[in-house]
Design a protein around this ligand. Structure first.
Ligand SMILES: Cc1ncc(COP(=O)(O)O)c(C=O)c1O
Length: 394
């Protein structure tokens, strides 16, 4: 079959499209914060949606067997994860699904383990539902975050710990956990009867030679303790459709999530999001391959340009998110935002949003055309060039 080329260099104006990313900062700031990309979705997705729109009737949809099959084929083909379509349950978004799982598998007052720095809604979803957050901070060694397994095990041995929310690939550090790390986390969780909620929304954006390994693909026994969360939204830029799924081989876990979804009237699918996700998973291989290659070039460009500054890049193994250590310039989060947003005019996300471990860090989303990234990096370089004294920038 002929390869379809996607033009990731194309610049599409997003101002005035109700975009959250573009609504936060003034127009002279390049928005590089929230995790959506500035790339159009695959043409096949756009065409399918346009055709469906012409039908003109958008009533309640029935449960999509097509999407269950598409998810199963995608996971098998891309990640060697053999998923039976029946294992798939629809959720209105990964975070909404995590909330349902937290409610399904723990009681108020129970403890839920996360590894920080981490995606802010994890802690919020735990606390907003009356559960308690347990943190196992990841340890920054040179340019890479590592798991403190001793601390992880001690937290799992706490009799009130019920759940572990794994983020793999990890937002914001870009870690893609190895088979050894995954097996070790799984061993500790299973020994302590802790269920694993594995958020793998960034699974398709991994830079070779790294490889994404779905936690539940490691063995049927591990899968028994696991609920996996995925969506087409990051890879194919579809987050506005609010469509995601859980995958669980364990029918008891599936039915408990289903019960919470039903009790909260959170079932039902977005008719266009379902179609977009089906087409993306069914025909998005070329797009996903080209996306990763394009992002790798963006990453390489960022590495070169940032070397000339006092900012230290934590080398990402996956995701389109860069985690920048700015502590040599300042640890003050307000000052950092002042430098980036008001001086450099680059709209980053403050590291402290990801937990106290993020003090002195910012997160930058590089899922944009090369030319935009180049402009942003030039602005950052001008502001943070090596040799500029703290007094000059302060
Ligand atoms: C790790 C992670 N999980 C979940 C989400 C959001 O998923 P959803 O929009 O489906 O709730 C994001 C978005 O940035 C994310 O980075």
């Amino acid at each position: 079959m002929a390869i379809l080329f996607h033009d990731f260099d194309d610049i599409t104006i997003r101002w005035g499209t109700d975009s959250k990313k573009y609504g936060l900062y003034p127009k002279d700031v390049i928005p590089m914060w929230i995790a959506d990309s500035d790339f159009k979705s695959p043409q096949a997705v756009i065409d399918a949606l346009a055709q469906r729109l012409q039908h003109g009737i958008f009533g309640y949809p029935s449960e999509s067997q097509r999407l269950k099959k598409a998810v199963s084929l995608w996971e098998g083909k891309r990640h060697a994860f053999e998923v039976t379509p029946d294992w798939v349950t629809f959720i209105p978004g990964v975070v909404g699904g995590l909330v349902c799982a937290i409610r399904a598998f723990s009681r108020p007052g129970d403890k839920v383990l996360i590894q920080t720095p981490c995606y802010p809604p994890f802690a919020a979803s735990i606390e907003n539902n009356g559960r308690r957050v347990l943190c196992n901070p990841l340890l920054l060694k040179e340019e890479r975050y590592e798991i403190d397994f001793g601390h992880f095990e001690r937290l799992c041995q706490d009799s009130q710990t019920r759940l572990f929310i794994l983020c793999n690939p990890q937002n914001p550090t870009g870690r893609v956990f190895s088979e050894f790390e995954l097996r070790e986390m799984a061993r500790i969780c299973m020994e302590n009867d802790i269920l694993i909620l594995s958020d793998e929304i960034h699974c398709d954006i991994v830079y070779p030679p790294q490889q994404h390994i779905p936690m539940a693909s490691l063995s049927p026994k591990i899968a028994d303790y696991c609920v996996t969360f995925i969506s087409a939204s990051k890879t194919f830029n579809l987050p506005g459709f609010r469509t995601a799924v859980t995958i669980a081989s364990n029918s008891i876990l599936r039915s408990r999530i289903h019960d919470v979804l039903t009790a909260n009237k959170a079932t039902g699918q977005n008719i266009m999001g379902t179609l977009a996700s089906c087409v993306a998973f069914e025909s998005g291989t070329d797009y996903a391959d080209q996306l990763v290659r394009y992002l790798k070039k963006n990453l390489d460009l960022a590495k070169v340009k940032l070397k000339k500054t006092k900012l230290r890049l934590v080398n990402p193994e996956g995701t389109y998110l860069l985690w920048l250590d700015c502590r040599e310039v300042t640890e003050d989060p307000d000052k950092l935002m002042e430098f980036f947003v008001r001086k450099a005019k680059v709209g980053v996300q403050n590291g402290t949003d990801f937990g106290e471990e993020g003090r002195g860090f910012v997160r930058i989303n590089i899922a944009c055309p090369h030319s935009i990234l180049d402009d942003a990096l030039r602005r950052i370089q001008d502001c943070f060039e090596d040799g500029i004294s703290q007094a000059t920038v302060a």
